[in-house]
Design a protein around this ligand. Structure first.
Ligand SMILES: *Cc1c(COP(=O)(O)O)cnc(C)c1O
Length: 367
């Protein structure tokens, strides 16, 4: 019988947030809402949408291969960053979502038996990526739902190749501040890649949030990951990017698929980048929703973890699947994370209200 590699057979598959269509099909419901995958409830920038429509008038854009190097998107990114720091195209890599770049980094720098360090209660893709090459995951317990960066630094050994830091973290929404990060970076030895996963960068409000680009300027081995899937509302197109040293990206590009990002995604993200107004609207909606949900949860006596992102982590005193399934029946999709917590994406005002009203019904029911 054909057998997969042992370390592949041991992987627990990723469970995606339930798509709206699937729930509606299964339960015969209509008007379901999804607060499960941290997508932008306002959708993409209207400018990006207009560019997509326009692009479809040119069939060549569909029949021809995309620009594998993504010249114009990289140019747009360089221009955007030039307000704060000069970055060249060679310091940018595009990915089919930043998720792909996590995988490429692992395949570029780790082999069987090598170690990677990350926090417990962090992004579920890290252990998957590490296990896919037979790497060993060193998962360091979080403190108060935050990465314990000093313990993570201590966990680095001669075998460690990569440290993953999601900042803000998914699923907890917490972030590590400048001081914590500074002292962590001082302890990271040569030969270790620090992946700074900043998927929720645009949402951060903490003035003490670390400036990751500074470490790049200092010549440190960091890979900063950002994405168009979250605040930019382009999750369905799959596009994200990494910023790093030229030498690191030369190696990663060797194993990147030549046409990993498609034409539609490249064009849409160029226009999304130019639409600051849409991003500002998105952040404003998020701040309002956050305030509303904080107040409502407090009134219900439910504790939550304050967030720097567009979702809220809610530790529960009962089974998370019970809440998840009860809410599903009411057409509200959230995300259970582990046996005793859920993660809820901050949505439109009416979606947040619907979540709270449904939550009240469930709490009453299971009392
Ligand atoms: C959503 C997310 C990503 C990646 O999303 P892509 O759609 O692949 O760009 C990466 N890291 C974290 C922590 C995320 O939550």
């Amino acid at each position: 019988m054909l057998k997969s590699l042992e370390y592949v057979s041991l992987i627990k598959p990723y469970v995606p947030g339930k798509p709206i269509e699937e729930l509606e099909r299964e339960l015969g419901l209509k008007d379901c809402i999804k607060l499960a995958s941290n997508e932008n409830p306002l959708g993409p920038s209207p400018k990006a949408l207009a560019a997509l429509k326009n692009l479809l008038n040119n069939p060549d854009k569909v029949s021809r291969y995309p620009d594998g190097g993504g010249y114009y998107l990289k140019e747009a990114l360089c221009k955007k960053f030039s307000k704060v720091v000069n970055i060249s195209q060679e310091e940018i890599i595009l990915g089919n979502g930043s998720n792909e770049l996590l995988d490429i980094a692992v395949r570029t720098f780790m082999q069987k038996g090598d170690e990677a360090v990350f926090s417990s209660h962090s992004f579920v893709v890290y252990p998957l990526a590490v296990q896919s090459v037979g790497g060993v995951a060193r998962e360091i317990p979080h403190t108060n739902y935050k990465h314990n960066l000093s313990e993570m630094a201590k966990a680095i050994t001669d075998k460690t190749k990569i440290v993953f830091i999601a900042n803000p973290n998914n699923p907890t929404g917490t972030s590590n501040n400048k001081e914590e990060f500074e002292s962590f970076m001082e302890k990271v030895p040569d030969g270790v890649l620090v992946i700074l996963d900043e998927a929720y960068y645009e949402y951060v409000q903490d003035p003490n949030y670390p400036d990751s680009l500074k470490y790049l300027n200092e010549g440190k081995d960091v890979l900063i990951l950002r994405t168009f899937s979250k605040a930019y509302g382009l999750a369905g197109l799959r596009i994200g990017y990494g910023i790093s040293k030229k030498e690191i990206l030369i190696e990663m590009n060797k194993i990147r698929e030549p046409f990993n990002t498609n034409t539609l995604a490249q064009i849409a993200s160029i226009h999304a980048l130019e639409d600051d107004e849409h991003v500002q609207k998105t952040i404003k909606n998020n701040e309002l929703g956050k305030k509303f949900l904080y107040e409502q949860l407090s009134q219900l006596g439910i504790s939550y973890v304050p967030t720097e992102a567009n979702f809220i982590y809610i530790p529960l005193e009962f089974d998370s699947n019970l809440l998840f399934n009860e809410l599903l029946k009411m057409g509200v999709i959230i995300r259970p994370v582990g046996p005793k917590a859920v993660r809820v994406t901050i949505g439109l005002p009416e979606e947040n209200e619907r979540f709270i009203e449904s939550l009240k019904v469930v709490l009453e029911k299971i009392k």
